[in-house]
Ligand binder design. Structure first.
Ligand code: NAD
Length: 249
């Protein structure tokens, strides 16, 4: 059964070769969705969209820029007339300690992760409201739930925790319009964001804290995104779903 037949989806930060957004785009396309791949670099976004097969589109969009978010959403609406699913996946980390965080570090991390989530959702809400349906999936992190970690930095934890608050507030406000908003909290997933950042000892230490004993795969997160995007989760809104191999048990 194809879960997203006839649906359209926008996924931000979806050009990265091994990334969660890319894996989600691939799974959505396999389930019948037309996918708009948004990312910073137009060529990379177009290549990622082309790799999904025909009928998809790649657009340049820096999610920290409200005008670019509005323009990208307008392009999708012009072409396809509807937006059923938005996945706010674009994110950056900075492995800094508290006293190392300069104002520009704080701005950069909160802008991409948190401000971008707001801007893209604001851009999609009118069309979803008009349609009386829509699913927004926000990429938070286990860093929001237990703080820190080796990769992100405290400002990353703050941004990802902010996403959880924003998710619940938007879910509450948009529920009467038929628009659902949920978050995913991935644990330690093998992607470019985590690759090469740990010594063998550090990696072993991280894995020792995961009851399932392995790092997550991008496809593990994509499967959860598909559930939240599709009607399988029709009565779920304002939730956060952990995809972390049991890291919080
Ligand atoms: P990734 O680096 O592979 O992908 C992130 C993508 O976001 C890249 O394609 C990048 O170009 C894009 N991007 C960066 N800034 C952007 C901007 N301003 N506008 C638009 N796009 C921008 O990382 P990933 O591991 O696939 O992470 C995807 C999401 O999942 C992020 O939000 C990340 O914080 C979150 N996450 C990842 C992990 C993990 O272990 N990999 C764990 C928890 C949460």
């Amino acid at each position: 059964m194809k879960l997203l037949d006839g649906r359209t989806a926008i996924i931000t930060g979806a050009a990265s070769q091994r990334g969660l957004g890319r894996a989600t785009a691939e799974l959505f396309a396999a389930h019948g969705a037309r996918v708009a791949v948004l990312d910073l670099d137009l060529g990379a976004a177009e290549a990622a969209a082309a790799a999904l097969g025909g009928g998809h589109m790649g657009l340049a969009c820096d999610v920290t820029d409200k005008d670019q978010c509005d323009a990208a959403v307008a392009r999708v609406l012009d072409a396809w007339g509807r937006i059923d699913v938005l996945v706010n996946n674009a994110g950056i980390t900075q492995p800094l300690r508290i006293l190392e965080i300069a104002p520009e570090n704080y701005d950069a991390v909160l802008d991409v992760n948190l401000r971008g989530t707001l801007y893209m959702t604001q851009a999609c809400i009118p069309a979803m409201r008009d349609a009386g349906s829509g699913s927004v999936v926000n990429m938070s992190s286990v860093s929001a739930q237990r703080g820190g970690g080796i990769f992100g930095g405290p400002h990353y934890s703050a941004a990802k925790a902010g996403i959880l608050g924003l998710t619940k507030a938007m879910a509450r406000e948009l529920a009467p319009d038929g628009v659902r908003v949920n978050a995913i909290c991935p644990g330690f997933i093998d992607t470019d964001i985590t690759a090469g950042k740990l010594s063998d000892d550090q990696r072993a230490q991280v894995l020792a804290g995961i009851p399932m004993g392995r790092a997550g795969r991008a496809s593990d997160v994509a499967g959860c995104a598909l559930f939240l995007a599709s009607d399988l989760s029709a009565y779920c809104t304002g939730t956060e779903v952990d995809v972390n191999g049991g890291s919080l048990i």
